[in-house]
Design a binder for this molecule. Structure first.
Ligand SMILES: C[S@@+](CC[C@H](N)C(=O)[O-])C[C@H]1O[C@@H](n2cnc3c(N)ncnc32)[C@H](O)[C@@H]1O
Length: 86
């Protein structure tokens, strides 16, 4: 079996990718997706060989997902709309 094929959503500057690397699991991030242009610049600096899709996840088509043939999704969605200080 080859490396685990990972789709990284809300990739930001690549924290999940870095954690995956440090886990020593045999894996390849086949695509990273984030809409923030500044975060994407940092991601490209950190992981220049990873395909980075600068778009919203809502804009990913089923065909694009199927082409990736991924085994696992890593993601850290934005928390602001869902968390609050009581
Ligand atoms: C909690 S941060 C991700 C942190 C990331 N794990 C890192 O190491 O930087 C959430 C990210 O989601 C992105 N984001 C928010 N809504 C999005 C959407 N609809 N499609 C794609 N990215 C989105 C933001 O630009 C932000 O970078």
């Amino acid at each position: 079996m080859g490396p685990v094929r990972v789709l990284e959503l809300y990739s930001g500057i690549g924290g999940m990718h870095q954690a995956l690397t440090e886990s020593c699991i045999s894996a390849e991030v086949v695509a990273a997706v984030d809409v923030n242009t500044v975060a994407n610049e940092v991601y490209k600096y950190n992981f220049p060989s990873t395909p980075l899709w600068a778009k919203t996840i809502e804009g990913i088509t089923l065909a694009e997902l199927n082409r990736l043939s991924f085994d696992m999704i890593l993601m850290s969605p934005p928390c602001q709309p869902f968390t609050r200080c009581v």
